[in-house]
Ligand binder design. Structure first.
Ligand code: AMP
Ligand code: ZN
Length: 130
């Protein structure tokens, strides 16, 4: 049965409009890096470092904090996938940064939990630009 807020695929309307749900479904193209049963990793379209990969959960969760409450094991899967991406990309030894952006001051643009894996060169400092 289809209820309010869901479409024919059983997705909520926010999920149906969600870019990363579409990428997970293969409806929007992406360059795959790694995948397993719960996560999918692909190259960021506007890389901020030589290696810039996004790890997303296959299931839609608004952000990492919500995921931590709703499905803490999935949050652990995201981090484990991020480490696996770093290993595959050859940056496990040289170092890398795992980032969850939250809210507008962090420049967040996509409201489906995602982990940035950044590395492959010396990274800048945290905080204010410049
Ligand atoms: P955030 O700013 O934390 O919400 O991160 C969203 C990221 O998604 C940004 O780094 C974008 O460059 C990236 N992005 C947006 N659209 C795409 C896409 N179609 N394929 C890959 N990465 C994307
Ligand atoms: Zn989504």
């Amino acid at each position: 049965m289809i209820s309010w807020g869901t479409n024919l695929h059983g997705m909520s309307s926010s999920e149906a409009d969600c870019l990363f749900c579409k990428i997970v479904a293969g409806d929007v193209p992406s360059t795959p890096v790694y995948e397993n049963g719960t996560t999918y990793a692909f190259r960021d379209i506007h890389p901020q470092a030589r290696v810039h990969v996004l790890v997303v959960s296959r299931q839609h969760h608004e952000d990492a904090g919500v995921m931590a409450v709703e499905d803490p094991a999935l949050l652990a899967d995201m981090v484990i996938a991020g480490v696996e991406v770093a290993r595959q990309e050859g940056i496990e030894e040289s170092g890398y940064r795992l980032v969850f952006n939250t809210g507008s001051d962090a420049g967040r643009t996509v409201f489906h939990a995602h982990l940035h894996v950044l590395g492959g060169e010396q990274l800048g400092m945290f905080g204010r630009p410049g």
